[in-house]
Design a protein around this ligand. Sequence first.
Ligand SMILES: NC(=O)NCCC(=O)O
Length: 417
Amino acid sequence: MEKKEEVVNQNGNPEESSQTLTDGSICGFESLHRLLQSSLSPQLFKEVSRLLIGLNCGKALEPLEVEETAKGLSSQHDFDIQAFKFNADKELLREPRVVRVGLIQNSIALPTTAPFLDQKKAIFQKLKPIIDAAGASGVNILCLQEAWMMPFAFCTREKRWCEFAEPADGESTQFLQGFARKYNMVIVNPILERDLKHGETIWNTAVIIGNNGNIIGTHRKNHIPRVGDFNESTYYMEGNTGHPVFETAYGKIGVNICYGRHHPLNWLAFGLNGAEIVFNPSATVGELSEPMWPIEARNAAIANSYFVGSINRVGTEVFPNPFTSGDGKPQHADFGHFYGSSHVSAPDSSCTPSLSRNKDGLLISDMDLNLCRQLKDKWGFRMTARYELYADMLSRYVKPDFEPQVISDPLLHKNHL
Ligand SMILES: NC(=O)NCCC(=O)O
């Protein structure tokens, strides 16, 4: 993205103009990475990048050439494509296990006032060329954003948005099954699920579609936000599927849906079940969580010796009726800006630059899954974790008679005067 005309304050620093607020950019740049690249000398940028996004096998992450058909689709349909390669060290007894992973971030396609069926169809249409670009690029595992098949209406608390919920084998899954077969691709399909066999209850679910177009299984979001406008508990309950890891043709994958990323034990459980890649399909806004976004994902990748694919939707979704969330803020009709910034984090603490903050995009990453075990061997986190200490602590903590282990200074309340 081109740098926009900059508004500069008296100290010579760029100032937030109304333009930067409304177009979702950072002072006219599509991402922090691009801002730094454009503002620093090449030498300084290299050094800042080393610290900010780390090194993979001692080197800056390798960019990959984007495939021609995919390039054509991206310019025709106005979405970004970026591609990178995570290497692992060469091993003597194992061949490299390189998997190509795709993440898609997007805005909704029609205003939230349009008829629901039109909105849904328009999102499907919008996604089609982006998924085709992933397929043409040879992506093996593709993940979409949280509840990609609808506007993220959970701020409103209006029940009519429940109409978007669909069975795990419903329309969205059927739509994606075609691509899975066509491109021999595993697809992670995060939807608002209606469970027909259990009284039509609603869940926030990821359906895992195998590369033969079959449904391998589902995972339901474990942790539900009750923060700011994220009134999601109005719509669905805490998941009942545990922390499944799905063994696919291309690797063992788990899905930690959105707000679950704030819970280290949630990440841990997917790791203990053997995940090599954990996807974090999300919907979150700048004002609430942007500084946490890159840190939590990278920390999870490091602590659990797996790759993390973080995806966030893009844009500002305005709803027909204003709402409040009991936080004293004036009534408003949107969540704020969904800041995109999808990226991949690796167990060696490297990560890709983020996709744009304000544009649809496809991020492609080749990852040698051998890196997971190499990092386990190097750092030994699994071996030094002392799980038994924490199992004991937690089993005591969940009992009603738990007493925190606090040793007070006996002189704490003594009057020294
Ligand atoms: N969708 C969702 O869980 N959003 C919560 C906001 C956040 O965790 O940043």
